[in-house]
Design a binder for this molecule. Structure first.
Ligand code: MG
Length: 164
């Protein structure tokens, strides 16, 4: 029988507005679209929700504290690069990732053609198998700001594991 473990769950949520543009980055994947996500970094709303879920589970400060949007250092920053930094903090606190599940709330574009690549990219950063990463997408049935196509939101739930 191997040692005992403690498990910690975390959740994260984020939303970014859309504006005229030529593509959005979601889960580290550039998706062709007639709009872009507006934000201080690359505005990868899915990765932002994932980072806050990881940090919350580990009891660490959230991304607003770690990567303030007033810091010019993070202007246009790659969220996948920030995710690497977050993973170093998680591992530094003694945790590994068990699994991740996410929901994207978007009226458009269609996510399914890009889902496998997103899972691949994110699972590599989290050092888990791609089947331990869930990416679900739903529309808002045209209700509210997301339903009108004014923005995209994401929520993420993660389970961390630590030997005790
Ligand atoms: Mg954000």
């Amino acid at each position: 029988m191997s040692g005992s473990y403690t498990y910690r769950i975390g959740n994260g949520f984020d939303i970014h507005p859309l504006a005229d543009g030529d593509g959005i980055t979601l889960g580290g994947v550039l998706i062709p679209f007639h709009k872009r996500l507006v934000g201080h970094s690359d505005a990868d709303v899915l990765v932002h929700a994932i980072m806050d879920a990881l940090l919350g589970a580990a009891g660490l400060p959230d991304i607003g504290v770690l990567f303030p949007n007033t810091d010019p250092k993070y202007k246009g920053a790659s969220s996948m690069h920030l995710l690497e930094e977050v993973m170093r903090s998680i591992e530094g606190a003694g945790f590994t990732v068990e699994n991740l599940d996410t929901v994207l709330l978007a009226e458009a574009p269609k996510i399914s053609p890009f889902r496998d690549l997103m899972k691949e990219q994110i699972s590599q950063k989290l050092k888990i198998k791609s089947d331990a990463v869930g990416i679900k997408a739903t529309t808002m049935e045209k209700l509210g700001s997301i339903g009108r196509g004014e923005g995209i939101a994401a929520s993420a739930t993660v389970l961390l594991k630590k030997a005790i």
